[in-house]
Ligand binder design. Structure first.
Ligand code: BES
Ligand code: MN
Length: 444
């Protein structure tokens, strides 16, 4: 099919794609512990049905001890390449329901955006693949392997085993990962690097048991003050991460105007930015360290007692070129070395994931540039980094060294993935569907 036919075909399939996206987001498939995993099963079944519906002859639900993934395959026409299309069907928990303007699992359209948990991250990714496949019907010019995993938001623990187990079924020439975003509305992007991640807990203990804060306060350090002092050592006065030994790289030459950035982040008027260097460098090419939570007595219930033990959850985003094990060691060394007042500091790992660099010099990348520019009516895509993580991209790259990886997606700066009121920009979604169809045509 040529570009004109594909445009018409995408227009034709879009209403059905939208309806199926709404059906998918009504299934609250959350892989986190403590959530109803039968919903993840339902969501895998729904994805399998969609893949059967586009005529893939070989669709299976697979697992390796974790949540179900779906693999659908269709062999390549003679001489054509095979393209692996990746997305994930699990979503983040909805969080605080009172912050949502509408039910997170009941899609609602407002001002051209579809609001629901997973509408953007990453059920839009699944439906982008489905849209492209539907547009071609049985004239698909390439072989495809669709791989939709079910525990990306929970760290993809069993993914590596799964990839190894199904290696032969997943073999492909090009891997298209639809789980990222564009630079702005109207400005497409190809993602050329992602940060990795190290999540860890640090526990500080100063006392064997809680004691009266009047009797002992003044001479005995409480664990919460001690933990706070320890956390305060993690950044220097500029707000750069102070942990020694983390990699710092350089980022794409994109300008992220400070006022745009502040507005998109929702930063309060007089709050300063932290860190140094260009904004995109801080986001994509330098480490970031955040405190995600603290276990300590809550203020409403805290007695007049010295807290014996307190624990924080830390999250380090590590730059492309770093690796999570050495970053974790650097973090542990820092925390142990800076233990205030001789407190007992215990660090435990929650999860680690590698950063990645995505090449920009292969034929698939060129085909993607052309397809995205056409879908956005002549606006060429920019190369951008992402501060978030998709750790298994590194695993794909290692397991399938011959395949060219492309990272794309339909999130935009206002998608609010992981937060309340997540949404998908429907106009950009339509362009993303067309771009993927054009890309498959180009690769064919
Ligand atoms: N879709 C995101 C990755 C992403 C983040 C793309 C920001 C574009 C902008 C992905 O689903 C995600 O959130 N990944 C997790 C990985 C973690 C669980 C290992 C993340 O970055 O927190
Ligand atoms: Mn995602």
């Amino acid at each position: 099919m040529d570009e004109i036919e594909l445009r018409a075909a995408i227009d034709r399939v879009l209403p059905g794609v939208r309806a199926d996206l709404e059906r998918l987001v009504r299934i609250p498939g959350i892989a986190f512990e403590g959530f109803d995993h039968s919903q993840v099963e339902r969501s895998a079944e729904a994805v399998a049905d969609l893949l059967r519906g586009v005529g893939l002859p070989d669709v299976r639900i697979v697992r390796a001890g974790g949540q179900p993934a779906v693999i659908g395959r269709r062999p390549a026409p003679p001489g054509a390449p095979t393209v692996l299309l990746y997305a994930h069907h699990d979503v983040q928990p909805p969080g605080d329901l009172t912050e949502w303007r509408s039910d997170p699992f009941e899609p609602v359209e407002r001002d051209g955006r579809l609001y629901a948990r997973g509408a953007a991250d990453d059920k839009a990714g699944i439906m982008t693949h489905i849209a492209a496949l539907r547009a071609f019907g049985d004239t698909l010019p390439v072989g495809v392997v669709v791989f939709v995993e079910g525990e990306e938001e929970y760290g993809s623990e069993s993914l590596e085993t799964l990839l190894r187990e199904y290696r032969d079924d997943l073999l492909s020439d090009v891997i298209v990962i639809a789980d990222s975003g564009n630079w702005d509305i109207g400005q497409p992007a190809l993602t050329t690097g992602l940060r990795g991640i190290v999540n860890a807990f640090v526990e500080v203990r100063t006392l064997d048991h809680a004691v009266h804060s009047g009797m002992y306060g003044g001479a005995v350090p409480d664990a919460l003050t001690t933990l706070s002092r320890l956390l305060a050592t993690l950044h220097d006065d500029n707000g750069d991460v102070a942990v020694a030994g983390l990699v710092r790289g350089s980022a794409a030459p994109l300008d992220y105007p400070e006022d745009r950035f502040r507005q998109e982040a929702g930063l309060l008027a007089r709050v300063e930015l932290i860190g140094t260097g260009r904004i995109v460098e801080r986001l994509w090419a330098k480490p970031a360290l955040s405190v995600l939570g603290i276990d300590a007595p809550s203020t409403g219930e805290a007695p007049n007692a010295l807290v014996p033990v307190a624990k924080a959850k830390l999250s380090v985003r590590i730059a492309p070129g770093d690796n999570w094990k050495s970053a974790y060691e650097a973090l542990v060394a820092h925390l142990e070395r800076h233990a205030p007042w001789g407190a007992k500091v215990t660090v435990t790992l929650e999860q680690g994931g590698e950063p990645c660099v995505v090449g920009t010099s292969g034929p698939a990348y060129d085909a993607a540039r052309a397809a995205y520019a056409a879908a956005w009516d002549g606006v060429a895509p920019v190369d951008m980094g992402i501060g978030g993580s998709i750790p298994f991209i590194a695993t794909f790259q290692e397991l399938f060294p011959g395949a060219e990886v492309l990272v794309v997606g339909v999130e935009d700066p206002d998608s609010r993935a992981h937060g309340p009121n997540e949404s998908l920009h429907l106009g950009e979604f339509a362009r993303g569907c067309l771009a993927e169809a054009l890309l498959l045509a180009g690769l064919g």
